[in-house]
Design a protein around this ligand. Structure first.
Ligand SMILES: NC(=O)c1ccc[n+]([C@@H]2O[C@H](COP(=O)([O-])OP(=O)(O)OC[C@H]3O[C@@H](n4cnc5c(N)ncnc54)[C@H](O)[C@@H]3O)[C@@H](O)[C@H]2O)c1
Ligand SMILES: O=C(O)C(=O)C[C@]1(C(=O)O)C=C[C@@H](O)C=C1
Length: 368
């Protein structure tokens, strides 16, 4: 692929453009807000000048509700040899495109399983998709089937973004993301919504647990209304199953709360009910793939106290590097009201003792 056009230069469009531009593709950037395209160009994602002829691939990265109309317009203007979108739902856009009478052979619905809770070009990064699944939903058959050239262009794009292609049927994809992406977004928002009216004395106690659970509650509501309203049935099915667990858990807790719990064996039943959902949670969590889609790995965490001052992170990473240790993941826990935090360095189990010793030697305070 030599040339590409990215329409919609927000978080995802600009991240794609940065990855392509970094690997030598000439990228044209377009957005209905020209300021967004200018910002993306200033970040090195390409040029906001119009292409002077059809590009190899047009990438449509606008909110789901605008995908079909944007694609239809681009196709009518003959802007590219192949077209794909990156929207988080796949069944709806394809049906809308068909209803608009577009050439479905030149189009492929795709979805990179990577993102952030922030929007816009300034949140974009060239490595956003590295090691992440990128779903492709080609359609077989002669009439309306995906053209091989378009599928190959999409595979090249996925490879240039260093993502991992996963081929799926569009409706199967929508049911899968209802479970692993759309319902988690709603549950995160619902937990965070409890805090809106909460007493300040409670909010001050927020620790890492609630930070983990509510990170994506900071996402753009307009975008998520678009996504959820394009996948209502599958999301409602998963939420109904969660609601059944919630009902059971509330019943179990109420049984423990009642004053005559001991007498009627309700205490044992209540504990069993709570334990059941926690154990099923352990089993589900064990199935979440690890880094780069590999089987979940058992890592160890080395927790170190760091000061809240410039250069501390660089210093600790350099010290870990000098000890020859590869850091698999990093998390920082901020201590409320203190000029310090706890950095948790996730490493291979065999590297943990050496890293602990090396950091102690260099004066770092290790927390057990
Ligand atoms: N945010 C995520 O985590 C994530 C992950 C994977 C896929 N997606 C999908 O990627 C797409 C873009 O999401 P985002 O997070 O980059 O959003 P974003 O808000 O950061 O960017 C969207 C951009 O599209 C532009 N836009 C809106 N309507 C347009 C139109 N009609 N023509 C041209 N430009 C238009 C906006 O000005 C904005 O710059 C969505 O379809 C979303 O479902 C998002
Ligand atoms: O990690 C995040 O912040 C995301 O929101 C990413 C996430 C996801 O649920 O995994 C969100 C929506 C997208 O369609 C794909 C990826």
């Amino acid at each position: 692929m030599r040339t590409a056009l990215v329409i919609g230069t927000g978080l995802i469009g600009t991240s794609v453009a940065l990855a392509l531009a970094g690997r030598g593709v000439r990228v044209h950037l377009s957005d209905h807000d020209p300021g967004q395209a200018r910002t993306a160009a200033a970040l090195g994602a390409g040029t906001d000048a119009e292409p002077d002829g059809p590009v190899d691939l047009a990438v449509i990265a606008v909110p789901p509700a605008h995908v079909a109309a944007t694609l239809a317009d681009a196709m009518r203007r003959g802007l590219a040899r192949g077209y794909l979108d990156v929207a988080s739902v796949k069944g709806g856009p394809r049906r809308e495109l068909a209803a608009l009478g577009c050439d479905l052979a030149r189009y492929l619905g795709t979805h990179p399983m990577a993102g952030r809770e922030r929007s816009g070009p300034l949140a974009a990064t060239a490595d956003l998709f590295e090691g992440r699944p990128w779903v492709l939903t080609p359609v077989g058959g002669q009439a309306g089937g995906t053209d091989t050239e378009v599928l190959n262009l999409a595979l090249e794009l996925v490879a240039l973004c260093r993502a991992v292609p996963v081929v799926m049927d569009a409706d199967d994809h929508d049911r899968a993301v209802a479970l692993v992406s759309h319902t988690p977004q709603l549950l995160s928002s619902m937990v965070a919504a409890r805090l809106e009216e909460a007493d300040e004395t409670a909010v001050r106690l927020c620790g890492q647990g609630i930070r983990d659970v509510t990170r994506i509650a900071a996402s753009d509501p307009r975008m998520w209304v678009d996504i959820l309203s394009a996948n209502p049935g599958p999301v409602a099915d998963v939420l109904a199953a969660v609601a059944a667990d919630l009902d059971e858990t509330v019943r179990a807790l109420r049984a423990l709360e009642s004053s005559d719990a001991e007498r009627h064996g309700a205490r044992e039943a209540g504990i069993a009910g709570i334990e059941d959902v926690l154990r099923r949670g352990n089993a589900g969590r064990d199935r979440v793939p690890g880094k780069h889609g590999a089987a979940p790995a058992a890592y160890e965490v080395v927790a170190v106290l760091i000061g809240d001052q410039p250069g501390e992170l660089a210093r600790i990473f350099a010290d870990a590097g000098r000890a020859g240790v590869n850091i698999e993941d990093v998390r920082i826990e901020h201590a409320t009201g203190q000029q310090a935090g706890l950095i948790q360095l996730t490493v291979e189990p065999q590297a943990a003792p050496g890293l602990t010793a090396a950091l102690r030697e260099r004066g770092w305070s290790i927390r057990q």
